[in-house]
Design a protein around this ligand. Structure first.
Ligand code: BMA
Length: 297
């Protein structure tokens, strides 16, 4: 495992009101030999919006847009659109994110889905489709959609505290069959709650899932799981130890201390690049040889 020496790769820009405070958890999508990054950004108003950046080598940011590409437009998300995750399905990118609404001093969060045509995304015409709440009123977050149908159904993982749950759909609109797939493990780094990081990646051995785990000291770490290729609700392997845990200053100190939190990873030539937020303040990247993540048979 290598943390990029130049971390963080993205920091807030004081003169951009919407991202003047922190930029962190990000989705990643590989196309046209570039990694496109959609990141969560916050300014003084405390509302999360989503910004765009791109990198050709995975590490150095070559392009960054001055305005957000996605922001709250309805009541359910009026206090923020958080933690984007992108999945390519045919000719569109489906984005899952957390919609946040403050209501009578309570924060209500739930997952929301939208999509954009790949050609619009790549030409930076931010024509997002209607936003839908798959489970209105249910407190859930950390939604990732698998990149293909399995047994004829779309599959999404999401987190209903404290478990990672699965749900299935025929049409990406109506979702049903909610089932718990991964629970916190007592006396472990992931003993309090768990949530999926980026969308799972299909390998010969099964689906590779990076996930976050939180312990009772509120330390957020990342781990890896391998899911059955034909029935991803079956967990074949789960790492005993985290694959990334906060040790660097940019992971330990910030708005929320001791957090590494990921919403996207990219597989390039047997190297997995994991994009992750450090201390809910900056965006970082670490790389792994696939062989160190997947258990040998
Ligand atoms: C989660 C989400 C993430 C955040 C993490 C740590 O619940 O809100 O966006 O990075 O907590 O604060």
């Amino acid at each position: 495992m290598k943390r990029f020496q130049g971390n963080p790769i993205l920091e807030s820009i004081v003169t951009h009101e919407w991202e003047s405070r922190r930029v962190f958890n990000a989705a990643a999508f590989l196309a046209d030999k570039r990694i496109h990054i959609l990141y969560r950004a916050m300014g003084d108003d405390g509302i999360s919006r989503i910004g765009y950046a791109a990198t050709s080598d995975g590490y150095y940011i070559n392009e960054r847009l001055p305005l957000p590409v996605f922001e709250p437009i309805n009541d359910a998300e009026k206090n923020g659109c958080e933690d984007p995750r992108l999945t390519l399905l045919d000719d569109k990118l489906v984005m899952a994110y957390t919609a946040l609404q403050e209501c009578d001093h309570h924060l209500i969060y739930q997952i929301s889905l939208t999509s954009i045509a790949v050609k619009d995304f790549l030409t930076k015409q931010w024509k997002w489709a209607d936003r839908r709440l798959p489970f209105p009123g249910i407190r859930n977050k950390d939604a990732v959609i698998f990149p293909r149908r399995i047994d004829g159904k779309y599959i999404m993982f999401h987190r209903i505290e404290p478990d990672i749950c699965s749900t299935r759909s025929d049409d990406l609109q109506r979702w049903c069959d909610i089932k718990s797939v991964m629970r916190p493990r007592l006396k472990n780094w992931d003993c309090w709650k768990v949530g999926a990081a980026g969308p799972p990646i299909e390998l010969n051995e099964g689906w590779l899932l990076i996930y976050h785990g939180v312990n009772f000291e509120k330390i957020y770490s990342l781990g890896v799981a391998l899911l059955d290729k034909y029935d991803p609700e079956i967990v074949l392997y789960r790492s005993e130890k985290p694959i990334l845990t906060p040790t660097e200053d940019y992971e330990r100190f910030g708005k929320v201390p001791n957090v590494v939190f990921s919403c996207g990873n990219i597989l390039m030539d047997d190297q997995l690049l994991i994009y992750y937020g450090g201390a809910d303040s900056v965006l970082c990247v670490a790389s792994y040889d696939l062989s160190e993540l997947v258990p040998k048979k």
